[in-house]
Design a protein around this ligand. Structure first.
Ligand SMILES: NC(=O)c1ccc[n+]([C@@H]2O[C@H](COP(=O)([O-])OP(=O)(O)OC[C@H]3O[C@@H](n4cnc5c(N)ncnc54)[C@H](O)[C@@H]3O)[C@@H](O)[C@H]2O)c1
Length: 333
């Protein structure tokens, strides 16, 4: 049943991750999936049947031409985000774009310019911001318990978890773990530390393991000869406020772990992974605080766009229903 307050959405790209968007939108009252589009027509048809969408297109521009659509999810490959995002914004739709926003800086800048020019919301699906760990870490940082943060390390990856298919192709993915999973860590760091301004970056990417190692059971079926992207990326970043960040992201390494992610401050330290822990000197002794985080009963609810709290916040942001402070919290620009 639709009403004037119904939010009408379209989904562009109906591959793997679009399933989470479709499921989430279906579970939020007052949201209707009106149309879907995919260059593979049968995929679009199948998704339209699954989600009860009235239209299935092979050209996303036909979807954008529907005046009743308020917002779109863009779930295409990284290298195919720019055109539908810019066109959707210029067609007056709010946009939720899958992460990473882009694999190339120029693409991201074009999308942000389009968002500013159109006045519509461009939101990147950085769902980790809604994880209890990250929300709690943010509250701890904002409370001042860490003092002045002078060093951070964001380290994420697996000893072996090399994906397959389009993730390994430069023309589809753009790059490897640096954009695939590293973008979450960078976003979390910026979210926690208040978007500091970087002034210098020294980095390295490595192509050694993905191209040479045969599959092991924890890999996702990669074919070494098909690997066109890096398997590890690392960087040392200096910020205008004096803070430094050591960033490392990997799909493969000959080590069980490359270390925890943490923030070091003048009054305390905060380990983000594997377990959120606050390190302080208290009562004349060194003290660890391990916050008791909410237990998530239904793992589906923790998926990127499943209902409350994440997808609902995102969708409300898309529909421009939240006050401006919330929008800042949710958007990229
Ligand atoms: N949030 C998460 O947890 C998560 C997980 C996996 C992937 N992703 C991101 O989601 C995006 C898609 O990944 P995926 O795994 O679903 O890929 P996928 O290959 O399964 O799906 C991409 C779909 O986009 C379609 N497509 C490509 N160009 C198009 C265009 N111009 N118009 C319409 N359709 C087009 C393809 O035909 C394909 O069906 C990537 O940016 C990826 O990084 C996010």
């Amino acid at each position: 049943m639709t009403s004037p307050s119904t939010v009408r959405v379209g989904i562009i790209g109906t591959g793997g991750i679009s399933q989470s968007h479709g499921r989430a939108y279906q579970r939020i009252p007052g949201v209707e999936i009106v149309a879907v589009a995919d260059i593979i027509e049968e995929r679009a048809q199948k998704a339209a049947e699954l989600w009860g969408a009235r239209h299935a297109f092979s050209d996303y521009r036909e979807l954008l031409a529907l005046p009743e659509i308020d917002a779109v999810s863009v779930c295409t490959f990284n290298q195919a985000h720019r055109a539908p995002v810019v066109d959707a914004l210029m067609a007056g739709k709010h946009v939720l774009c899958e992460k990473p926003l882009a694999a190339k800086l120029e693409d991201a800048l074009a999308m942000i310019s389009a968002a500013k020019a159109s006045g519509k919301i461009l939101h990147t699906g950085f769902w980790q911001r809604w994880q209890p760990e990250v929300q709690t870490a943010r509250r701890i940082v904002q409370s001042g318990q860490l003092g002045e943060i002078y060093y951070a390390q964001m380290i994420g990856g697996d000893r072996r978890r090399i994906p397959g298919g389009s993730f390994l192709r430069k023309d589809f993915a753009g790059a490897g773990p640096t954009v695939d999973i590293g973008c979450y860590d960078l976003d979390t760091f910026m979210f926690l530390t208040g978007d500091p301004r970087p002034v210098s970056v020294s980095g390295m990417i490595s192509y050694h393991l993905g191209k040479s190692l045969p599959n092991v059971p924890t890999d996702w079926g990669h074919v070494p000869a098909d690997v066109e992207v890096e398997d590890m990326g690392t960087a040392f970043v200096r910020f205008e406020n004096g803070m430094v960040l050591h960033f490392m992201t990997y799909w493969a390494a000959h080590a069980d772990s490359l270390g925890p992610s943490l923030l070091l401050g003048t009054k305390g330290g905060l380990q983000l992974s594997p377990k959120l822990t606050l390190f302080r000197d208290e009562f004349g002794v060194v003290t660890n605080v391990e916050p008791k985080l909410p237990v998530v009963q239904d793992p589906q609810r923790m998926h990127p766009l499943c209902p409350k709290p994440r997808s609902l916040s995102m969708l409300c942001a898309l529909a421009a229903r939240l006050p401006s402070t919330s929008k800042v919290f949710c958007t990229v620009n």
